[in-house]
Structures are given as structure tokens and as C-alpha cells.
Design a binder for this molecule. Structure first.
Ligand SMILES: Nc1nc2c(c(=O)[nH]1)N[C@H]1C(S)=C(S)[C@@H](COP(=O)(O)OP(=O)(O)OC[C@H]3O[C@@H](n4cnc5c(=O)[nH]c(N)nc54)[C@H](O)[C@@H]3O)O[C@H]1N2
Ligand SMILES: Nc1nc2c(c(=O)[nH]1)N[C@H]1C(S)=C(S)[C@@H](COP(=O)(O)OP(=O)(O)OC[C@H]3O[C@@H](n4cnc5c(=O)[nH]c(N)nc54)[C@H](O)[C@@H]3O)O[C@H]1N2
Ligand code: SF4
Ligand SMILES: [Mo]
Length: 763
């Protein structure tokens, strides 16, 4: 794909000076000293799952390398260091007024400092004493187990996650929805299918031995900035980076890293040696193309396949039998581009295949992951240092939540261990994942929901549906550090509780977390800057609730107030977590056992990787007619919409309005290809209506940019007001990266007025 010149003023390097400026601004602000104290605290970074920080000091990675904190970490800490929300905000402003706050405004209210309740028929949140919180919560939990559910977001500790699932399972419920259902669940399912293990098989040390990285569907410059240092180093030692992304992300072309002030900061380091811009949702075709090219060039590693895999014949037969035209028509890349990339893979000694949401957020997300794994296997790139499959995880402890059993797909070995611990069989009723939870709630079959962090309302597609669904639950309980829009829009029918908790660096006891590279971090106790606040630790809340509900049955919940004891139970019941039993004494952080494969022997029954063919997706470009058509004389066109993060937000929490790197000056923008503008009669910077399956947003400014023809990009969470998308049936994950929309110059007056107001409400 040819790159067109960006709009004037758009940076040509990712990272770079804005990062230094950001650090300087934060350091010089009144919060500066507290910020630095927090950065130096021995705990894992709050932001992404790369997992910087921990016992070696707040700045180092797991190999002890210093200076590994990025500006995203500073943004996350600064938000946590805000003063408490003044009480007048809740006593003086009605919930309808609070509903008008944007994500950024809600976050800027400050920190939650006291328990709050919104009762049925009341207009305002009111303060509540902890005794009353426990009494209300306990009563709400005394419902049939199928009508009880939780949702969690991967910011909390392993200890809290473990207690959450132990409590729900002890009560007989498997309804443990988690943000990973909206995120990397296809990676877990796909990698489990192939390798019998659902996480990265590559350690940081192993990544440093690769000479090629294939980076697919990831905007790492914004979302995993420290990964960029590894890519810079790889290029410097002569390696290749193949980027696969429908958006020509500037930071993936060139990135200026403050970790290398002289050589990289000034002009930026080259990242991509090859940039492929496929049709969104077509990655299975891209990887099938690689396999076919390797096959035709005689570069399949038969020795490796024969010794370490099963099912390879069917996979290669699919590659042989699928015509090039079918592959190129699906992904929109040329045969030459695919052959060229395959040749780079073939001549590299060690290839790491790394991916994020561009792969998982599709109706065939799990198949996408399998297509990547198959490519790794046919090229002999699995189960040895410097090679393998590496999902790049999202939230800082989302992987720990999965390890702790917060999942609707509990591993059989952990299930057995929990049954031994509890002395009775666990319920066999399948639990609700996040989408199933919304649907069950909408159907009126959920009475009580406990949210350990997150923003269930904002993270789901179709905000109107999410609001109605949550509104049918009697009691919704949010544990959170800061207010977010979900606390104002995701309200329960009879009561909503918002309970303030310590964040990771404030929790008064030790906790642990697990990085995306399977490294377990030990976080030292801390204290909060909030004066006169009434916060609780998540462990104390969950153990307290469990003690009230279950007493000493079937475990002594009172003793589980002590996180050291929680870690003993984790060591006994969580596969690979044995070393956590000694961590309080030794302070030794560790790699979860059985995850990193440096030998091609996998935890499947045969010890071999299980390959299976990956059907090409049938991608249909939407038509205006699907949305009722354009009015006579109206300009517009239907596109597939990628919904993604800006460079200045953390998930549903917006830190800054615009996105300078993509040239999008504010959030009410849509990134479009210039050829699409030319053929539809729309113009750069024109304001348009974007109509999705669930509503429309008006007054959206068109930004011309480096995105594949036929595709567009808008920012989540605002865009969730208008999209309704299918889910990947194997993982339950929504196709957030391929939502059909109609972009139009004006909206016919008779078209869907209710949908328009839905969009406006959430904006
Ligand atoms: N600063 C910051 N860091 C974060 C987060 C944050 O919000 N802010 N969120 C955290 C979380 S929970 C997660 S899951 C990760 C998310 O990290 P990412 O997955 O990097 O985040 P997204 O913004 O969803 O963007 C994914 C990328 O996929 C590309 N893409 C879209 N569709 C396709 C496709 O069909 N194929 C391919 N090959 N590419 C595609 C998009 O153009 C975009 O560059 O980041 C984590 N870290
Ligand atoms: N359209 C669209 N939708 C998406 C996505 C997309 O790309 N497009 N991405 C999806 C993805 S990958 C994800 S992971 C989800 C994210 O969905 P969630 O994880 O549900 O949302 P977050 O915005 O990360 O949640 C932020 C809130 O967590 C709370 N919090 C922060 N730290 C702590 C803590 O230590 N303890 C507790 N108890 N609370 C804390 C704060 O109150 C904060 O407001 O969104 C998904 N939704
Ligand atoms: S890369 Fe991720 S874990 Fe490391 S400092 Fe940045 S946000 Fe934190
Ligand atoms: Mo995520």
C-alpha cells in the first residue's frame, strides 16, 4: 500500500518529544513529588500488561533493566492521585446531571472516597456507612446462585480475583464475566486449542533473541509503549518487523523512545521493515497466504511438523487448495506482498508472532489466532527461544484474573483442585460471559451483580441495550477507585452502590499481579494520599462479604482476610503458581510454571501442537441500502468501522480529548481514506452523521488519513452508543473492529429518531 502525505501538522514519528513534554509537565505540576514517589513505589504499573515495575523498583522490567516506565503509566498514576470528589458533587448534582458528563469529565471529578448508594426513586447518590453496605450486599447475595453474577476488569490483584471466584463458586454460581471476554478471550481459546496453553509462550528474554517480529493488529506505540524498545533493539541488531494493520499507525513506522535519548529520541527509530495494510477482519486470509507462499517456495519445516504437530496435512492441504485469487480478494493484499513477507519469515532464524485487538475483535477472532499459530508452526517458529506466539495482553492484571479462575471456561485441573479445597463438586451450570450476562440481565434473570472495577456499561456495544439490561438487575454493586460513566448510566432497578477501594500502590497489604509475559509481580503495601477517606481493600471487602454469607464453610473465610493465607490457597489450587507460597518470605517474583515453551513439547494429550484448517471469512462490505439508503442528493457511503483507542485514553477512561498522532483533534471524529471521500462526494473536515446498527452520532468531523479504503476508525467508548456487532461464537468476543456503518452528509428527518437520541445521550 502506498502511504499518502498526512495532513500538515500530524507528527511523522510516534513517541518522541510529546512524551518528554508530558513527563516534564507531570513532574513540574503540584502533584510532581507525589507522582515520583509513586513511580518509585515497588509495585507493578497500573496501566498495561507489559508489567513494568515490582520488586526491582518501580521502573524496571522483569530482567531488571531500568528506565522502563512510559508516559501511559504517568497518566494512570496522575488520575489516581487526584483529590477526593467533593461531597457536593453527589449531594448537589442529580444522577441525570451526572449522566451528562463525558468520560473525561467523570474521571476528572476525582477519587471516590466514601461508599455511595442510589436508591430506587431517588435522584441523588447518598453516603452510606460500611455496616450498611455489608448488610445490603449480604441480603442481595442471598438469591438463587444462577441469579447472581460478577463482572471484573483486570486492574485488581490476584488475591482479590481469587477470592471473587472462590466466593461465587462456593455459592454455586459460575457467572464470572470478565473484561477479557471483550478482549483476548479468542487468544485464550485459540491458543488452548492449538498448544493446550492459553497465554504467551514467549518470555521477555526469549523475545530479545528473535530476529523477526510479526506485529498484527496492535497499536503498541500507544498501548504497550515499552514493547517499542524491544522492536527498536531488534531493528538495530539487523532484524525485521512485519506490521499488519489496516491503519498506517505513525508510531509503527517510526518511534522516538526516551529510553534511547541520543539515537532514537531526536529523529525516531524505524520500526516496520514491511507494512501490510489488509482489509479489516481478513487476517486469516493473510496468514493462509503466508502458508501458501511458504509451501510453494518449498520452505515448509516438514521435520518440525512431523515431530511436533498433528493435523498439519489438512492445514497445508487447505493452503494448497485455496486459490490465490480467493486469498487476495479477501485480504486486499497482492500475492507479491504476501510472498515477500513469507520470504522474510522463512529466512529469519527466530520469529515471534505478536498480536492484540486487531486480531481478536472479529467474528472469527479465534480462527484468526489459530491461523497465526499454524503459520508459526509450519515455519518452525514455536517452542524454542527467540520464537513463538505472543498475545499482547491488555489490562495490567487481566491475565492474572484468568489464572485465578475468573473465567467461564475453568481449566479442568483447577476445577479439581477447587473441588478438593471446597470438599464438594462445583456447579456444572455454564456461567455467563460478558455478552451472555448482558443478555441474561435483559431477559430479567439476574438479581444481583458485583462489579470488581471496570465500566460494564461503557465497554459493551449498544449502550442503550446495556443500560436497559443493567436496569433490570435489582442490585448493582461497583467497586472502583474513580467514578466513571458506568456508575451513572449502568444503574440497577432497586439500588446501585459505588464503593471506594484502594488502588494497587495504596493497598495496605502486599498483593501480586501477573504480566502478559507470565511474570508474577509482588506489590509492596502503600498508603493513600486521600485525607479523611473511607476506602476498603478489595480483599477485605470480599473476605468480609464471604464471612457474613458463609462463615467458616467450606473454608474459613475469616482467615482469608489475610492475603498471605490467600496466597497459600492460590499455591495449592492454581496451576503453575506453586512458588507464590514462598513469595512473602523470599520476595522472589517468578514466571508461572508451564507457560513459556523453549522446547517444542506442548501440554496437549499427545505433547504435539494440534493444527486445524482455518476457513476464510466471508467478508461483506456493507451497502447504504442496509441502513435504508441515502436520500436523493445526499452524499455518503457505507464502511466497515474499526473502533479503537486514541493515543490518550485508557479503555473507557479518556485522559485527553484529541489524538495528535492520527491527526484527530477531538473525539467526535472519523478517520477515513481519501479515495472513499472522493468517490462518495464527502469532503475532509465536513461534519457528517455516522449511522450504525444501534443508533447514529451527528456532527462527526471527517479526518482524512492513512487507513485502508473501505474502512474507517472511530474512538471507543463513545462509539458504543451506535454499534451492534456479532460475537465470535467460540470466545463470545464482540467484533468491535468490523462494525457496519453508513457515513452520510445529512440524516433524513424520518430516519430512526430514537436511535439518534441514543447516540446523543451517551456522547
Ligand atoms: N495507553 C493505553 N494502553 C492500553 C489501553 C488503553 O486504552 N490505553 N488498553 C489496554 C487494553 S485492555 C488492551 S486490550 C490493549 C489494546 O491494545 P491494541 O489492541 O493495540 O488497541 P486498539 O486501539 O484496540 O487497536 C488495535 C489496532 O488494531 C488495528 N486493527 C483494527 N482492525 C484490524 C484488523 O482487522 N486486522 C489487523 N491486523 N489490525 C487491525 C487498529 O488499526 C489498531 O492499530 O491495550 C492495553 N493498554
Ligand atoms: N467499541 C469497543 N468497545 C470495547 C473495546 C474496543 O476496542 N472497542 N475494547 C474492549 C476491551 S479490549 C476491554 S479490556 C474493555 C475494557 O472494559 P473495562 O475493563 O470494563 O473498562 P475500564 O475502562 O478499563 O475500567 C475503568 C474503571 O476501572 C476502575 N478501576 C481502576 N483501577 C481499579 C482498581 O484497582 N480496582 C477497582 N475495583 N477498580 C479500578 C476505575 O473506576 C475506572 O473508571 O472494553 C472493551 N470494549
Ligand atoms: S509499557 Fe505498560 S506496563 Fe510498562 S510502563 Fe508503559 S503502561 Fe506501564
Ligand atoms: Mo482489553
Amino acid at each position: 500500500m502506498k502511504a499518502e502525505p498526512p495532513d500538515p501538522g500530524t507528527p511523522s514519528v510516534g513517541g518522541g518529544w510529546p512524551v518528554i513534554e508530558g513527563w516534564a509537565r507531570a513532574t513540574l505540576s503540584p502533584k510532581g513529588p507525589l507522582l515520583w514517589q509513586t513511580l518509585l513505589h515497588k509495585s507493578a504499573c497500573l496501566s498495561c500488561a507489559w508489567g513494568t515495575g515490582g520488586q526491582n523498583g518501580g521502573f524496571s522490567d522483569e530482567l531488571g533493566e531500568p528506565l522502563q516506565r512510559c508516559l501511559k503509566s504517568v497518566e494512570a498514576i496522575s488520575a489516581e492521585l487526584q483529590p477526593a470528589v467533593p461531597h457536593e458533587v453527589f449531594s448537589g448534582r442529580s444522577v441525570s446531571a451526572l449522566q451528562r458528563l463525558s468520560s473525561l469529565e467523570a474521571d476528572r471529578l476525582g477519587r471516590l472516597s466514601h461508599p455511595l448508594i442510589l436508591r430506587e426513586g431517588r435522584s441523588h447518590y447518598e453516603r452510606l456507612a460500611w455496616d450498611d453496605v455489608f448488610a445490603i450486599t449480604e441480603a442481595a447475595f442471598r438469591v438463587p446462585p444462577q441469579r447472581l453474577a460478577s463482572y471484573s476488569s483486570g486492574r485488581s490483584s490476584n488475591e482479590a480475583a481469587y477470592l471473587l471466584q472462590l466466593l461465587l463458586r462456593a455459592l454455586g454460581s459460575n457467572n464470572l464475566a470478565d473484561c477479557s471476554d471483550l478482549c483476548h478471550a479468542p487468544s485464550t481459546v485459540g491458543l488452548n486449542a492449538v498448544f493446550g496453553s492459553g497465554t504467551s509462550m514467549v518470555s521477555l528474554e526469549s523475545l530479545q533473541q528473535a530476529d523477526c517480529v510479526v506485529l498484527v493488529g496492535s497499536n503498541a506505540p500507544a498501548n504497550h509503549p515499552r514493547l517499542m524498545n524491544e522492536l527498536i533493539r531488534l531493528r538495530e541488531r539487523g532484524g525485521s518487523v512485519i506490521v499488519i494493520n489496516p491503519v498506517l499507525e505513525v508510531g509503527l513506522l517510526k518511534f522516538g523512545s526516551p529510553a534511547f535519548p541520543i539515537k532514537s529520541m531526536l529523529r525516531g527509530s524505524e520500526i516496520a521493515s514491511l507494512f501490510l495494510q489488509p482489509v479489516p477482519g481478513s487476517d486469516t486470509a493473510v496468514f493462509l497466504g503466508f502458508q501458501k507462499a511458504l509451501l510453494e517456495a518449498g520452505q515448509i519445516r516438514w521435520d518440525f511438523l512431523n515431530a511436533h504437530t498433528e493435523g498439519a496435512d489438512a492445514v497445508l492441504e487447505q493452503a494448497r487448495a485455496t486459490p490465490w485469487e480467493a486469498i487476495t480478494a479477501c485480504c486486499g493484499l497482492s500475492r507479491e506482498e504476501l510472498e515477500h513477507a513469507a520470504a522474510v519469515i522463512a529466512r529469519s532464524r527466530g520469529v515471534v508472532f505478536a498480536w492484540a485487538m486487531g486480531i481478536t475483535h472479529h467474528a472469527n477472532g479465534t480462527t484468526n489466532v489459530q491461523a497465526i499459530a499454524n503459520t508459526a508452526l509450519v515455519s518452525g517458529n514455536a517452542g524454542r527461544p527467540g520464537a513463538g506466539t505472543m498475545p499482547i495482553r491488555g489490562h495490567s492484571n487481566v491475565q492474572g484474573f484468568g489464572s485465578m479462575g475468573v473465567t467461564v471456561k475453568l481449566r479442568a485441573d483447577m476445577q479439581q483442585a477447587l473441588e478438593a479445597l471446597l470438599g464438594r463438586p462445583l456447579s456444572r451450570v455454564p456461567g455467563y460471559d460478558t455478552r451472555a450476562l448482558i443478555e441474561a440481565a435483559e431477559a430479567g434473570t439476574v438479581d444481583t451483580l458485583l462489579c470488581l472495577g471496570g465500566n460494564l456499561w461503557g465497554a459493551n456495544p449498544d449502550s442503550t441495550q446495556a443500560r436497559h439490561a443493567l436496569g433490570r438487575i435489582d442490585t448493582v454493586i461497583y467497586l472502583a477507585t474513580k467514578p466513571n460513566q458506568g456508575h451513572f448510566h449502568g444503574l440497577g432497578a432497586r439500588r446501585t452502590l459505588v464503593l471506594p477501594v484502594f488502588n494497587r500502590f495504596e493497598t495496605p497489604h502486599r498483593t501480586t499481579t501477573e504480566s502478559g509475559n507470565n511474570f508474577v509481580r509482588l506489590n509492596e503495601p502503600g498508603h493513600t494520599h486521600l485525607k479523611h477517606a473511607d476506602l476498603i481493600s478489595e480483599v477485605e471487602f470480599l473476605a468480609g462479604l464471604a464471612t457474613r454469607l458463609l462463615g467458616r464453610e467450606p473454608v474459613d473465610w475469616g482467615q482469608l482476610h489475610d492475603p498471605v493465607y490467600v496466597r497459600q490457597l492460590i499455591a495449592r489450587t492454581v496451576p503453575g503458581y506453586g512458588p507464590i507460597a514462598a513469595i512473602d518470605a523470599t520476595k522472589r517474583e517468578f514466571s508461572v510454571e508451564g507457560r513459556v515453551f523453549e522446547q517444542p513439547s506442548f501440554p496437549t494429550p499427545s505433547g504435539r501442537a494440534r493444527m486445524e484448517p482455518t476457513p476464510l471469512p466471508a467478508l461483506v462490505q456493507p451497502e447504504p441500502a442496509h441502513f435504508g439508503g441515502l436520500a436523493p442528493g445526499e452524499a455518503g457511503l457505507a464502511l466497515t468501522l474499526i473502533t479503537a483507542r486514541s493515543y490518550s485514553q485508557h479503555n473507557t477512561v479518556v485522559y485527553k480529548p484529541g489524538d495528535a498522532y492520527r491527526g484527530m483533534p477531538h473525539r467526535h471524529t472519523i478517520l477515513m481514506n481519501r479515495a472513499d471521500l472522493a468517490r462518495s462526494g464527502l469532503a475532509p473536515h465536513q461534519t457528517v452523521t455516522v449511522q450504525g446498527e444501534a443508533g447514529a452520532l451527528e456532527g462527526v468531523e471527517i479526518i482524512p488519513g492513512e487507513i485502508r479504503e473501505g474502512a474507517a476508525l472511530m474512538f471507543y467508548p463513545e462509539v458504543n452508543a451506535i454499534i451492534r456487532v456479532p460475537v465470535d461464537p467460540r470466545s463470545g468476543t464482540p467484533a468491535f473492529k468490523r462494525a457496519p456503518v453508513l457515513v452520510r452528509s445529512g440524516l433524513r428527518p424520518e430516519a430512526a429518531p430514537s436511535a439518534v437520541s441514543a447516540g446523543a445521550e451517551a456522547g
